[in-house]
Ligand binder design. Structure first.
Ligand code: AGP
Length: 608
């Protein structure tokens, strides 16, 4: 996630900005930059890659000045290059902007500014803010920023400085965190308390709609109508390690709890409720090309392979196209049947997994069009695919994938909806699916609100040495994912299986020591799963059942129930994934595992 730091006061800004950016490295980023008012004009230094590169630039070409802003960028629009790094300058160089969030109407603003003769130097949405503030600059910097905010739609945390009104930093918040740091005669703005903790624990957290005017020895907060907004001064009591995890014990837990927001970000600006379809800007597939696809291969590894299995069912059910799912490591050495009308969907959180990258290259060599569902913008897979759908889930730091999985499934649902509505899916059914997707963030939050119930179940099973995870239909892949989560962070052996398949062998494993997790929401195959639960219970297995409704026929059959909200079948794995992630997490913590960096594992497997 991007990081913002600003510093104003009697001291040179550069050291504060660099230090603050370093404190935010943990959030994940791919480029960084600063802008400082040097007494006559604004100067910027920006670099792709690690902050050390920016630091080297500043050693070579220092900037003297006591008002400055800095940024670590996690690319959303445009690859991670120096030209796309923040801060962005206005056309006349008098305004510098750093931004977190997504400006949804930046295309419209960009073309309006181009009509006025503005030339753009980056691929980012943020650049429009710098030119807009210049264009609308009247009176003070805060007035100019407010004029610009009136035209912007989307989410933002902004910090702006200008040589036309140099004695201040103007900050604005809507949907992306921002705070003022009150130091001893030195004030700050930051998106993350860790950036300023070394200098002050006195902070003012801004609210959505706030505009802050920060000067060396004072600050005030107004709203977009310039009406003063009294804000309390809070004291940061966390230590640095806690701050980096947002107060959560582990990054994995933080990322599990981010899922209402990350699912919303995956769908942001893409779900068209009225038409029951999806808008995906990066497919690079014409209407005719989309209609010409007559077979799809989805290739991935690990958790991403599980979301691929769900995508297979979605696409076959709704778009009526044959789909095959291939482990990337297998696909790359097979002799697959690929035709010019094959679409190869490549799913990868990191966009760097060696097997997945190789599989995509093999599919391209054989003439398939490739579509990458990737989280890391500008990653190798994202740069080499023919088209893509970025997950917008933010950096996933925990090695065990959580929010990326649910965002992958949501992205597959968006693509399925778009494709199916070009074929046989009616607008009525499309609207139902779109509405169900729209409801997901609130439903995920409902599951998270009961996390402590799942922790209690974890306490019962922390000493288990084997688990079975069973599901059917859309929730067979969910069962596989639940088993993988448990295996990779608690080191307990766990196996995912189609529920009915258990009778063909694994049922021999069932005894009173075997916990069996059933992923059994009330979907089309629920009644079939009921009999599987009864089979396990008849053999004294311990049943943990994730379900969405009371079921009289299961009376006495469920030892531990986890309730999830009702949704349409294809989306149930998203809601079921959350308790599966939490169950694995709490068991692992109770077993003392290194949850964020489990033994033997890497976040991105960039070797064969
Ligand atoms: C998931 O929890 C694992 N960390 C692992 O299976 C991962 O999903 C796999 O290595 C694929 O990674 P990718 O999505 O970055 O390609």
């Amino acid at each position: 996630m991007c990081g913002i730091i600003g510093s104003i006061g009697p001291n040179q800004s550069a050291p504060f900005l660099l230090e603050g950016l370093k404190r935010m490295e943990y959030r994940g980023y791919d480029s960084a930059g600063i802008a400082i008012y040097n007494g006559t004009a604004l100067e910027t230094r920006r670099a792709a890659g690690k902050i050390a590169k920016l630091e080297a630039l500043l050693v070579a070409e220092p900037i003297a000045g006591t008002v400055g802003i800095g940024h670590t960028r996690w690319a959303t629009h445009g690859p991670p290059t120096a030209r796309n790094a923040h801060p962005h300058l206005s056309a006349d160089g008098t305004v510098a902007v750093v931004h977190n969030g997504i400006i949804e109407n930046f295309t419209a603003i960009k073309s309006a500014l181009q009509d006025l003769g503005y030339e753009f130097r980056s691929d980012t949405d943020t650049e429009v803010v710098a030119h807009l503030v210049q264009e609308l600059f009247e009176g003070s910097l805060e007035e100019a920023v407010i004029n610009a905010l009136r035209k912007i739609e989307g989410t933002f945390g902004l910090a702006v400085i200008s040589s036309r009104d140099p004695g201040k930093i103007v900050a604005a918040r809507k949907g992306s965190p921002l705070l003022i740091g009150i130091g001893e005669g030195q004030n700050f703005v930051a998106s993350d308390p860790s950036a300023i903790l070394a200098h002050t624990r006195q902070v003012v957290y801004l609210n959505d709609g706030d505009v802050a005017v920060i000067e060396a020895d004072k600050y005030h907060v107004i709203d977009i109508n310039a009406i003063p907004q009294p804000r309390t001064v809070d004291r940061i009591d966390w230590d640095l390690a806690e701050i980096e995890r947002g107060g959560y014990a582990h990054f994995m837990l933080k990322e599990i709890f981010e899922q209402p927001n990350t699912i919303e970000n995956t769908m942001r600006g893409r779900l068209i409720l009225e038409d029951g379809t999806a808008k995906l800007g990066g497919l690079n597939l014409t209407h005719e090309e989309l209609l010409s696809i007559d077979n799809i291969v989805i290739t991935a590894c690990g958790t991403s392979w599980h979301s691929a299995l769900i995508g297979e069912m979605m696409l076959e059910e709704l778009a009526r196209i044959p789909v095959s799912v291939e482990y990337a490591s297998e696909f790359r050495y097979r002799n697959p049947i690929i035709t010019p009308t094959t679409l190869c969907i490549v799913i990868s959180q990191s966009g760097e997994t060696a097997d997945t990258l190789a599989a995509m290259r093999e599919a391209k060599r054989r003439g398939a069009r490739t579509l990458g569902l990737v989280n890391v913008v500008g990653s190798t897979i994202a740069r080499e695919d023919d088209g893509g759908v970025y997950l917008h889930a933010g950096p996933e730091i925990g090695v065990a994938s959580t929010k990326a999985f649910t965002s992958q499934v949501a992205a597959l649902a968006l693509f399925t909806l778009k494709l199916a509505r070009k074929r046989d899916l009616s607008v009525v059914r499309g609207r139902e699916i779109a509405q169900a997707m729209h409801n997901l963030p609130a439903q995920i939050q409902k599951v998270l609100d009961h996390a402590q119930d799942i922790e209690a179940i974890a306490e019962e099973f922390k000493r288990a040495s084997n688990f079975l995870y069973l599901g059917r239909g859309y929730n067979f892949p969910a069962a596989l994912e639940g088993a993988l989560k448990l295996k990779e962070i608690s080191y307990i052996h766990a196996e995912g299986y189609p529920a009915a398949e258990m009778k063909h062998g694994p049922i021999a494993l069932i005894d009173e020591m075997m916990p069996v997790v059933f992923v059994a929401p009330h979907d089309a195959v629920f009644d079939k799963v009921v009999s599987n639960i009864q089979e396990v219970k008849a053999r004294k297995g311990k049943t943990i059942v994730i379900t969405s409704r009371d079921e009289p026929s299961l009376a006495g059959m469920i030892d531990y129930e986890i309730r999830i909200p009702e949704t349409i079948d294809m989306l149930t794995p998203i809601l079921a994934a959350v308790p599966l992630q939490l169950l694995a997490y709490y068991i692992a913590v109770k077993r003392g595992s290194d949850v964020d960096q489990p033994r033997n594992l890497a976040k991105s497997v960039t070797v064969e």
